[in-house]
Each structure stands twice: as structure tokens, then as C-alpha cells.
Design a protein around this ligand. Structure first.
Ligand code: HEM
Ligand code: HEM
Length: 189
């Protein structure tokens, strides 16, 4: 009875991890990238607008990563290659620790997504300038990056589902309401 009471208390206790700014950033980026993809064939001005929104969001996130709140800071979640490799090893053994912010693999994915969105937006913009318009490699790089983005997004969503499953929490809901279950023993905050 007491055990159950303690467990209920633990399950109910949450910590605020993602600020309103981070959550708005995330879902706006999802909307911008999805719109850019869906308009790439026929709706050029909508495509460019969505692409510029994505670029603006990446710029915002870089500033937030430098001077934003605790869990948004790069210094909080970007880990060394050795730390990340060890984490991936423990993941393969099914024994990885729970992180309250981004875990090391998630952090790597965050960086890959930000860099790839930036590169896609940049090469898109380049095609609107006199200097780079009509240059074939710029078009090709834009296309390759846009396709790589799809692969990364699929891996990103798979990672989110896997981590949610492993630690018995709903990371998607956390990206909606900002809250995660409070750290237990062995969790890394
Ligand atoms: C266009 C597609 C997407 C892009 C470009 C994207 C990008 C990102 C980025 C940059 C972050 C880091 C957030 C931050 O620290 O500010 C992130 C985190 C996250 N994303 Fe996405 N995302 C996409 C789609 C999705 C979808 C469809 C879902 C839901 C299934 C999702 C769920 C999450 C969650 C739960 C986190 C936090 C992970 C954690 O707890 O460490 N994302 N995403
Ligand atoms: C995250 C942002 C973006 C994504 C995901 C994206 C994605 C795509 C995709 C999938 C294509 C079709 C490639 C093909 O099959 O030829 C395309 C083409 C194009 N995009 Fe983007 N794009 C983005 C941003 C931008 C921006 C910011 C601009 C310009 C301001 C832009 C300008 C163009 C142009 C001019 C083309 C046509 C290239 C051609 O005819 O080969 N894009 N984009």
C-alpha cells in the first residue's frame, strides 16, 4: 500500500524541461519543413517562404542554444564523442541511462537536423541570387540535403519512440506540455 502510494507520488511528480519557446520552435520547424517539402514541386513562393521560416527558426535556436534556458543550451546537451559512443554502446546493450534533457544520441540528431535544415535553406536561397542561379551543383546539393533531411527525420522519430519506450515516458507529450517525469536514481539531469 505504502509502496503504491510512493510510486503514484513519483509518477505524478514532474519537472519542467522544455520552455514555451523551445516547444513553439520545434512544432513551427516541423510545420515549416513539412510545408517546404509539400510545396517544392509547384508552389514556388510558398516553398521559399516556408524555407525562409525554417532558416529563421534555426537562427533563433542557435541563439537560444547559446544564451537560452538550462535544457535548451548546447553546453547542457552536446556531449563529447567518447561520451556519445559509450552511450550508443549502452543503448545497444539495452542499458542506457535516462537523461532529463536530450540524451547524447538525441543531441547528435538535434545538431544534424539543425545543420541540414540550414544547408537546405542556404542552397535554396542561393538559387534566387544572380551569382548562383542556374548552377547545377547548387540545385543538386539542395535536393540531396532535402532528401537527407527526410532520412534524418525518420531516424529522429524512431529515436523518440525508442527512448520513450525504454524509459516508460512519453517524449512527444513532453514536447507539447514541456514536462517530464521527475528524475529517479541513476537518471542524468
Ligand atoms: C520536420 C520534422 C522534424 C524536425 C526538423 C525536428 C527537429 C527537432 C529538433 C531540432 C529538436 C530539438 C529541440 C530543441 O532542443 O529545441 C527536436 C526534438 C524533439 N522532437 Fe523533433 N523534429 C521533427 C519532427 C518530429 C516529430 C514528427 C516528432 C513526434 C513524433 C518529434 C518529436 C520530438 C521530440 C519528442 C523531441 C525532444 C526529444 C528529447 O526529449 O530529447 N519531432 N526535434
Ligand atoms: C528546409 C527548407 C527547404 C526544403 C526542405 C526544401 C526542399 C526542396 C525540394 C525537395 C525540392 C525539389 C528538388 C527537386 O526534385 O528538384 C526543392 C527545390 C527548390 N527549392 Fe527548396 N527547400 C527548402 C528551402 C528553400 C528555400 C529557402 C528556397 C529559396 C528561397 C528554395 C528554393 C528552391 C528552388 C528554387 C527549387 C527548384 C530547384 C530546381 O528546379 O531544381 N528552397 N526544395
Amino acid at each position: 500500500m505504502i509502496d503504491r502510494f510512493i510510486m503514484t507520488q513519483r509518477i505524478q511528480k514532474t519537472v519542467k524541461v522544455w520552455s514555451v519557446a523551445t516547444r513553439l520552435f520545434h512544432w513551427s520547424l516541423v510545420a515549416s519543413v513539412a510545408t517546404a517539402w509539400l510545396t517544392s514541386d509547384e508552389f514556388r513562393s510558398a516553398h521559399e517562404l516556408a524555407g525562409y521560416c525554417a532558416l529563421g527558426l534555426v537562427a533563433f535556436r542557435v541563439i537560444q542554444g547559446l544564451i537560452g534556458e538550462r535544457y535548451a543550451r548546447f553546453s547542457q546537451f552536446v556531449r563529447s564523442p567518447v561520451h556519445t559512443l559509450k552511450y550508443l554502446g549502452s543503448m545497444a546493450r539495452g542499458r542506457e541511462a535516462r537523461y532529463i534533457g536530450h540524451n547524447p544520441a538525441g543531441a547528435l540528431m538535434v545538431l544534424a537536423l539543425l545543420v541540414t535544415v540550414f544547408g537546405t535553406g542556404l542552397t535554396g536561397w542561393m538559387q534566387t541570387t544572380d551569382t548562383w542561379w542556374g548552377i547545377e551543383w547548387v540545385e543538386e546539393v539542395h535536393e540531396v540535403l532535402a532528401n537527407s533531411l527526410l532520412v534524418l527525420i525518420a531516424l529522429h522519430v524512431a529515436g523518440v519512440i525508442l527512448a520513450s519506450h525504454r524509459h516508460g515516458e512519453n517524449l512527444v507529450r513532453a514536447m507539447v506540455n514541456g514536462k517530464k517525469p521527475a528524475p529517479g536514481s541513476g537518471d542524468i539531469g
